[in-house]
Each structure stands twice: as C-alpha cells, then as structure tokens.
Design a binder for this molecule. Structure first.
Ligand code: NAD
Ligand code: ZN
Length: 341
C-alpha cells in the first residue's frame, strides 16, 4: 500500500509502498481518511539528532489521523467495522505501576505510533483497540484528524483551574494557538501569547488572545502594563521549547503561579532557579494526553461550541505531500491536513 515513508537515514521524506499491516487479536485495522502533520514529523524530515537516535528506517511516519475501522482482531469488543475513529498515538505497556493505576500517560514503556512503530501516513494502520477513540458524529473529519495536538493543548491548559486567571502562553505554534482557544473557552481573564512569528500570532489573536505579542518587538512587561495587570500571570503554559521564552515566562509569573511545560527544548537548559523558589512557583511537565480523560474533555469542549477550526490553514491531497511538508516547514502555517481519500 501507499505510505509516506522515512526511507533513508538522511533529511527528507518519500512516498513509497509498504507492506499491508497485520492485526493481532486485540488490534483494529483502520482505513485512513485524513492525517495532519505534527512538529515531530518535521523533526523526522529534518533528521535532527533526536530522530537519528529514535526513528528506524525505512518506516511510515505520522500519528495524527482520522479513519474508518475496516477489520478487527477476535478479542476486540465495543468497536465495529464502519466506526469513525482516531487513536491515541502513545501505546502503553499495561503492566507497569502507572498503567495498572489507570495513569497510562505516565507509562515508562510508551511506544510512539509513527515514531517507534509504523505510523498513519499510509492507506491503512493497525493499532491496539484500547488506543482507539470513537469520534462523535458532530465532530468533522478535519477536527478529528487534529485531536492529538488538541489533546496536548488540552492536557496542558486544563492542568490548572483557569477560571478568572491571567494566562501566559509562550509559543504560538499550533498547540499554543489551540491552548488560547481552550483558556478562553473555560473562562480565563487575560490570555497573552508570545512568539517571534507574526503569521502565527495573528492566528492566535483570531482564537481570542487578549494580546499576541512578538517578543522581538514588544516586551511581555509592556503588555502587562497595557492590560493593567497589577501583578504577574497566575498561569504559565510553555509551548515553544525555546529557552529564552521559558525564562521570559518565569520572569512574568506572579508569586504562587503555576506553570505547565509542554515545549521540549533541544538540549540542556540553564535557568534562574532562585526565581522559581522565591516566587513559590509550581512547575508541571506534560507528556502526551491523559488516556482517556483528555479525549473526553476535548470532545466535550467541541460539543459545547468551542471552535478550533481556524487553526487548520492548509489542506492537500496526499500526493502533494511534499508541498504540505514545505508549508509546515516554512512556519507560515497552522495545522496542515493531508487527504487520503
Ligand atoms: P511549533 O514548533 O510549531 O511551535 C513552537 C513555536 O514557538 C513556534 O511558532 C516558534 O516560532 C515559537 N518560538 C520560538 N522562539 C520563541 C520565543 N523566544 N518566544 C516565544 N515563542 C517562540 O510546535 P508545536 O507543534 O506547537 O508544539 C509546541 C511545543 O511542544 C514544541 O516544543 C513541541 O516539541 C512540544 N510538544 C511536546 C509534547 C509533549 O508531549 N510534551 C507533544 C507535542 C509537542
Ligand atoms: Zn505502562
């Protein structure tokens, strides 16, 4: 079958043919309808140090998708052929302490779809049935294809009570932009987002940010004064992976502030710990999505009129995948969708 494959251990991505996936007793076979390109796929395209350490070649990549179940193993219950589904891309072991406690997002043996095993940029994918999430009818295919990054945003943003709080988000990538929408939806007061990319800041503004600031031109301090915030931010969401952005965020936090960190820096980071200590900040690292609490929260927010559709800026038929990767790599995009049927 046709797939978008990391064929060779060098920069680039290729369309190729790969073996049709096999399903075990507990797996489902899904015919892919739409997929979305993640920042991770761009790392794999660029063949950075992390990819070189992590990605086997050749392998179909991709983990953000919606599709239709066409077949399933004999032990699968509660799903049927024809169900429209997405899936949690973190496959967990089921036997470690956290898995057994129902905290699968903290599994120490997590395997990534499209990272450690074949991904969804293909005509079909096989995944464990326990990873599948049935998509409610009211949610479009486009939105269903981006539940994975929306889930990263939801897991991060919903880590703390945002009602009436002033929220600072560093990084207006697709996930930062989605976090703006969530913070607004759940009742934050000021939602300020930073980036160095005007295209993305504009998308964030459309999502309802109180201020979307380009830190190469405006300081967070200046915005804080304009919004007449007397103290600092109550909640910080680090969604850039950029060290300076994280330092700026810590400096802008109020005493007792709470910070969730999703952005992954490229290497070791040096920080002014004194600031964290003296301000009594609470820091929380975020990985993936809570299985499946985050998925239920996401669909509930969408069903209670949260509109995130403007984060999708481009759509391409899958044969134009190279154009899609180019747009994503340019930074002049929100989410980019690939259409498989
Ligand atoms: P992205 O790379 O598209 O977005 C990051 C944004 O940060 C970019 O728009 C970039 O211009 C901006 N940025 C760069 N320097 C900045 C600065 N000094 N100040 C403010 N913004 C700055 O990534 P994304 O897909 O939106 O994901 C956000 C982050 O979360 C990435 O670091 C990604 O690796 C990470 N991530 C983590 C998990 C997890 O499970 N922890 C999951 C998905 C993504
Ligand atoms: Zn586990």
């Amino acid at each position: 079958m046709k797939a978008i494959v990391k064929l060779k251990p060098e920069p680039g991505i290729w369309m190729d043919r790969v073996p049709f996936p096999r399903i075990g007793h507990n797996d489902v076979l899904i015919k892919i309808v739409k997929t979305a390109i993640c920042g991770t796929d761009i790392h794999i395209y660029n063949w950075d140090e992390w990819s070189q350490r992590t990605i086997p070649t050749p392998m179909a990549i991709g983990h953000e998708f919606v599709g239709i179940i066409t077949d399933m193993g004999s032990e699968v219950r509660g799903l049927k052929a024809g169900d429209r589904v997405s899936a949690e891309g973190h496959i967990t072991c089921g036997h470690c302490r956290n898995c057994r406690a129902g905290k699968r997002h903290l599994c120490r043996n997590t395997i990534g779809v499209g990272v450690n095993r074949p991904g969804c940029f293909a005509e079909y994918i096989s995944v464990p049935a326990s990873n599948v999430f049935k998509v409610p009818k009211t949610i479009s295919d486009d939105i269903a294809a981006i539940l994975d990054p929306f889930g990263n945003a939801a897991h991060t943003a919903l880590s703390f009570d945002l009602v009436g709080e002033d929220v600072l988000i560093t990084g207006a990538g697709p996930i930062g932009i989605l976090a703006v929408a969530i913070a607004r939806h759940v009742g934050a007061r000021h939602v300020v987002i930073t980036d160095v990319n005007d295209y993305r800041l504009e998308l964030a503004e459309r999502m309802g940010a109180s201020a979307a600031i380009n830190v190469t031109r405006t300081s967070i301090d200046n915005t804080v004064r304009q919004l007449e915030m007397k103290e600092g931010f109550d909640i910080g969401l680090e969604m850039s992976g950029n060290v300076q952005a994280f330092r700026d965020l810590l400096a802008a936090m109020n005493y007792g502030g709470r910070v969730a960190i999703l952005g992954i820096p490229t290497g070791e980071v040096s920080l002014d710990l004194t600031q964290i200590i003296l301000k009594g900040l609470k820091l929380k690292g975020i990985y993936g999505r809570e299985m499946f609490e985050t998925w239920y929260k996401m669909t509930s927010m969408l069903q209670s009129r949260l509109d995130i559709s403007s984060v999708i800026t481009h759509r391409f038929p899958v044969d134009d995948f190279m154009q899609a990767f180019d747009v994503m790599r340019s930074g002049q995009s929100g989410k980019v969708i690939l259409e498989w049927v």
